[in-house]
Design a protein around this ligand. Structure first.
Ligand code: UDP
Length: 366
């Protein structure tokens, strides 16, 4: 006999929102996670009084007032604005690409000069219909910025040449002809002052939580626990990789406590050359304007995903998208299961999109 209305597999953001909404609607929910903690890759943990983003930096941003109001029910957000710095061979440039970047790169002081410079740069390499990230990037900002701020970083992050990557990845970055270093165009932005783990904990108030439970290894036993299942793990793993594995990128972090109050003066510094082995250094305290005597930094290394590692980024190129479509067709055949989240839907979602996808899916099930 099913004890629960819903079993939610994965206590990351998509799973937590689903559980929260169902619980609020009076459904009895169990959420499980393979890991020993809630919050998935949002997980933050306090070290030296500093909230450390264990699985990489997360900055919440959205254009949707309803989503902003929703997350603010569960956490107090600060006014942090993400303004990463790019370090290319010891020289610093502001991101996203804006007048500060163009000034540092070419000495341009007006938008007109910057536009003319980009125009001159792309003249020889312009493509009418860009088919990949390289062509898209050169069309957007020209060859200098592509070579110094995009190519090395992107190839390290994705482990593939830019000419083989989908162009939508670079469309995430704004290009502006104003002196505005805000990485996002979103109307609302911030970081929870008490960490994301606390936010997810608040979402899961009233939901039964079991940690260290691997659904795929206990499918039969868990299958009877609930009437319906929401699965947020990798879709290919759910189907035992029957069509072959999807590709993901994984990350590895080297985290250190440093005996100084301020190591790099900014939360995020990207190393955009090809030679530096890590993609970026995160100094966690700066997300919440911390004033502790020590600091914690994480160097982020991007690696190809292999079974057993944590999958982070789906690689949405043509081959993987076609493979995903085959898994999705299988998923559609079982009405008892809902697949969602970055891994269940094999999509490079930002946090706000993960939330709105969870809310949309809930509306469909009524
Ligand atoms: N990117 C880049 N240079 C940078 C930062 C980002 O070329 O210094 C490009 C790169 O192609 C990357 C994409 O923008 O894959 C998105 O990067 P971001 O760091 O925003 O992604 P996240 O890992 O935070 O989701």
């Amino acid at each position: 006999m099913a004890v629960y209305d819903y079993l939610i597999v994965g206590a990351g953001l998509y799973g937590a929102v689903t559980a929260q909404q169902l619980c609020e609607a009076g459904k009895k929910c169990l959420i499980i996670d393979r890991r020993s903690h809630i919050a998935g890759n949002l997980y933050t943990e306090q070290v030296e009084g500093i909230q450390v983003h264990r699985y990489g930096a997360h900055i919440f941003h959205t254009d949707d007032p309803a989503i902003w109001a929703y997350v603010n029910r569960f956490a107090r957000f600060n006014h942090y604005v993400n303004s990463p710095i790019a370090n290319y061979k010891g020289r610093l440039y502001n991101l996203p690409f804006n007048m500060n970047t163009f000034y540092a790169m070419w000495g341009c002081t007006t938008p007109e000069q910057a536009k003319a410079k980009i125009e001159e740069q792309r003249r020889s390499r312009y493509t009418d219909t860009p088919k990949n990230l390289e062509e898209q990037a050169i069309n957007l900002v020209g060859a200098d910025i592509y070579e110094m701020l995009i190519r090395g970083y992107t190839e390290k992050q994705w482990g593939r040449p830019c000419s083989e990557l989908p162009s939508f990845i670079i469309q995430r970055l704004p290009v502006r002809f104003t002196y505005d270093n805000n990485y996002f165009n979103s109307s609302y932005q911030g970081v929870p002052v008490d960490g994301y783990t606390k936010m997810v904990e608040n979402m899961l108030d009233g939901v039964d939580v079991r940690l260290g439970v691997d659904y795929l290894k206990n499918r039969d036993a868990l299958g009877t626990a609930a009437k319906r299942v929401v699965y947020t793990g990798p879709i290919d793993a759910y189907f035992d990789y029957c069509y072959g594995p999807l590709q993901y990128r994984s990350l590895r972090f080297e985290t250190e406590v440093l005996d100084c109050p301020n190591y790099q003066g900014n939360a995020v510094v990207n190393y955009t050359d090809r030679e530096t082995p890590y993609t970026r250094i995160i100094e966690h305290k700066h997300f919440v304007f911390g004033t502790q005597p020590k600091t914690v930094i994480s160097k982020e290394y991007s690696t190809e995903w292999n079974k057993g590692a944590e999958p982070y980024y789906p690689i949405n190129d043509g081959r993987n998208n076609r493979l995903y479509a085959r898994y999705k067709a299988l998923a559609m055949q079982d009405e008892r299961i809902i697949f969602g989240g970055r891994l269940g839907a094999y999509k490079y979602y930002d946090m706000d999109v993960a939330i709105s996808k969870a809310l949309e899916a809930l509306q469909k099930i009524g």
